[in-house]
Design a binder for this molecule. Structure first.
Ligand code: PEP
Length: 249
């Protein structure tokens, strides 16, 4: 019922010229893939080239961040309508690098989620605990807080995606074990059922992110409440990303 979603976050990698070449490689390599949604998040400056190359390939494109205002005196920021105007369909909200390096708050995430929805974009709200929080047994509490704030302005009939990304697993080579991921994904779905309705909980896709690679994707994708992956480092290599997209069910 939930189509698997495989998303690649290119972070601050690939200038427009390289990004265009990489998009062409992905378009060609992934042309035969069916039954899974594919999405890439290039840096802002590469979006026009990547969107142009991906065209009608079926691979969608999104922004890595946005500002919650539509326009105004916010030097250096990009708004949701700007991303939509380029042809983006999705946008990341609250990636841990935005929260931890750039000081984004839970409240900022709620504003960004609302702005994305108002512009017709699907937000992917990222949540996840630090190692310290996990060791203090605060994982559930942290995630519930991030979900409550990030989804505060969201209505039952609106479309969004969630990504569970334990901070200690991002870019570290350390992946959550299937058991650890399973526990949190189940908890998030149960939380959705009580905050919204069981119907919404059954239809929202919950991705896992944190050092996903060809070697661990198959085991992760077997988990019943895990509907896809958000991939950083391994999304920058066509062989790895291709293998991840072709995870074995
Ligand atoms: C990410 O950037 O969202 C991510 C999960 O990175 P990595 O796969 O490199 O851990």
């Amino acid at each position: 019922m939930r189509t698997p979603l495989i998303a690649g976050n290119w972070k601050m990698h690939l200038a427009p010229t390289e990004a265009r070449k990489y998009a062409i490689r992905l378009r060609v390599r992934l042309a035969d893939v069916r039954g899974r949604d594919i999405l890439v998040f290039p840096p802002f400056t590469a979006l026009p080239a990547v969107i142009e190359e991906l065209g009608r390939s079926g691979i969608a494109c999104g922004g890595q961040n946005l500002h919650w205002e539509k326009q105004g005196a916010f030097t250096g920021e990009i708004s949701a309508p700007f991303l939509a105007d380029l042809g983006c369909s999705h946008v990341l909200v609250g990636h841990s690098e935005r929260r931890h390096i750039f000081g984004e708050t839970d409240e900022d995430c709620g504003r960004k989620t609302r702005a994305a929805l108002d512009a017709g974009l699907t937000p992917i709200l990222c949540v996840g605990e630090t190692l310290e929080q996990r060791e203090a047994d605060a994982t559930r509490q942290v995630i519930e807080r991030q979900l409550a704030a990030g989804l505060k302005p969201v209505q039952e009939d609106e479309k969004f995606v969630l990504a569970y990304e334990p901070v200690w697993a991002i870019g570290t080579g350390r992946t959550a074990s299937p058991e650890q991921a399973d526990e949190v994904h189940r908890h998030i779905r149960a939380w959705l059922g009580s905050r919204f309705t069981p119907d919404l909980a059954a239809r929202v896709r919950i991705l896992y992110g944190g050092s996903v690679k060809p070697e661990n994707v198959d085991d992760l994708m077997k988990l019943p409440d895990l509907d896809g992956v958000l991939v950083g480092g391994a999304a920058l290599n066509a062989d790895s990303f291709d293998r991840i997209v072709r995870f074995l069910p």
